[in-house]
Design a protein around this ligand. Structure first.
Ligand code: ATP
Ligand code: MG
Length: 459
């Protein structure tokens, strides 16, 4: 079966061949094409060393991405668009002493030796697009067909060389909805001390890929059972077996899994709502208290605020960007709103001001996933549509929602109060905003200036 390899990649292999080198397509592209899926990026393994690769394609078309690691990026053109193709010299596994990265890169002579260092059998298949032949020394095709993730070689050894591989196994299981071969899965708990040495950024990137899988719960549950969760977000384990109340079918952990699965992927960044769903109830166990009138049920008073603080700590640990962290904290902290038609326009504006116009869609998406995950066959109600319409109305009216929307600024406050810059200026402006949120008609320069002495006395 000829695999659908783009012409530019075939030509690239041809040119290496013509220069007397071997060239094979390897890694994720072969795996995905064999499953009939579109391949994302194309990696080529070759017997040519980086200098030879650069010579074959010329300096203009190559980028010395990681020459020390044997990788040269060759720029090709596909459908009129420039495409980077990574061309890597046959490489073996250098000695690892720290579980993070090999101490040195060792180049090897044969394709088989190169495939041997790859993590899983399905990632260790090579394809020659010129001869239309596959090299599959570890039975990757059989495992692909059976839906099994299996380490190349001895699992524990492989997981102890590079601690990230355990997380990659779980990530691939979620992405492809595959099972991990028992021997491979059972090796993970014994490699957790090496996993701990992996940089937070690499772990984070795998977690984000799990969150974008069709059913992240597959990966999250595997993280829990293998111990990876305890070494990543142990706070979530507190929800396992944590009973809720009549509104919920599941314990906190299983409700969380259902909420993540039921939440949308997409938006910017695509994993945002799912990450918020993962953490939205993280503080429920710490805030659980028996209901006064029904002690078998639990209440979780203020769990959204405690959860926002926990989210902040977790996001810092996982090295999310400041903006990503603040957005997650915002979503978790605001997920407990209860809209009723009695909300005044001022209440709608205060809600909008607190959440921020830019986060409203994500918050509603989180709510939709949360409601569906109660396990009672509920659907998000029409009240959310009504709130959405009222919010749209406020936005259309250009209602003031932030300090910078006010008709006065810090200079007005200082002039009216005859005072110098200081923290009280911000307090006065915030107090003015509160008034304006209640009554938009106050947002006129003269009106607000007249209000300044009064709000300053109170603040
Ligand atoms: P994706 O579709 O997510 O890109 P991929 O399989 O292409 O998946 P990459 O991280 O792009 O994964 O790596 C390309 C190939 O390099 C893998 O298929 C695998 O053969 C090898 N590889 C990557 N990371 C490791 C690792 N930590 N240990 C061993 N082999 C690895
Ligand atoms: Mg890849």
């Amino acid at each position: 079966m000829r695999l659908a390899v783009p012409g530019d990649v075939v030509e690239l292999c041809q040119r290496l061949r013509a220069a007397g080198f071997e060239a094979w397509l390897v890694g994720g592209a072969v795996r995905d094409l064999l499953r009939g899926k579109a391949a994302k990026d194309f990696d080529v393994a070759t017997s040519a060393d980086p200098a030879a690769v650069t010579k074959v394609f010329g300096r203009k078309r190559t980028i010395p991405t990681g020459e020390k690691h044997g990788t040269v990026t060759v720029l090709t053109e596909r459908d009129g668009v420039r495409q980077p193709v990574e061309v890597t010299t046959y490489r073996g596994e250098g000695a690892y002493t720290d579980g993070r990265r090999p101490d040195e890169v060792v180049f090897v002579r044969t394709l088989d030796e190169d495939l041997k260092r790859r993590d899983f059998t399905m990632n260790a298949i090579a394809y020659d697009p010129l001869a239309d032949t596959l090299a599959d020394p570890y039975g990757g095709q059989a495992d692909l067909a059976a839906g099994v993730i299996r380490a190349v070689g001895a699992p524990l050894e492989r997981f102890r060389e590079d601690g990230l591989r355990a997380m990659r196994a779980v990530r691939f299981a979620a992405q492809h909805e595959f099972a991990i071969d028992p021997a491979t899965e059972q090796a993970i708990p014994d490699a957790l001390d090496v996993f701990d040495k992996v940089s937070a950024e690499r772990v984070r990137d795998e977690l984000l890929k799990i969150l974008c899988a069709p059913k992240p719960s597959i990966g999250l549950e595997l993280m829990r059972t293998t111990g990876l969760l305890e070494h990543t977000i142990p706070e979530l384990l507190e929800g396992v077996g944590m009973h809720q109340n009549r509104f919920h079918k599941h314990d906190v952990w299983h409700h969380t899994l259902a909420a993540v699965d039921a939440s949308v992927v997409g938006g910017d960044p695509p994993w945002l709502v799912r990450f918020a769903a993962l953490l939205h109830d993280v503080a429920k166990p710490r805030t659980a208290a028996p209901k006064e009138d029904s002690p078998a049920e639990n209440t979780f008073y203020r769990h959204e605020q405690v959860g926002a603080d926990m989210t902040d700590a977790i996001a810092r640990r996982l090295k999310l960007s400041t903006e990503e962290r603040e957005t997650l904290v915002n979503l978790v902290g605001n997920h407990m709103f209860w809209y009723t038609p009695e909300w005044s326009d001022g209440t709608v504006r205060r809600f909008l001001s607190r959440v921020g116009v830019e986060h409203i869609d994500a918050l509603f998406a989180l709510r939709a996933g949360d409601v569906r995950a109660r396990g009672q066959g509920e659907e998000p109600g029409s009240e959310i549509d009504e709130l959405r319409a009222r919010i749209a109305n406020e936005i259309a009216k250009e209602a003031a929602l932030k300090i910078t929307d006010l008709a006065v600024g810090g200079a007005d406050v200082m002039e009216v109060l005859a005072c110098k810059p200081g923290p009280n200026i911000g307090e006065v402006l915030r107090a003015l905003l509160e008034r304006v949120l209640d009554d938009s008609s106050l947002n006129e320069r003269d009106t607000l200036r007249a209000l300044i002495p009064e709000v300053a006395r109170r603040s």
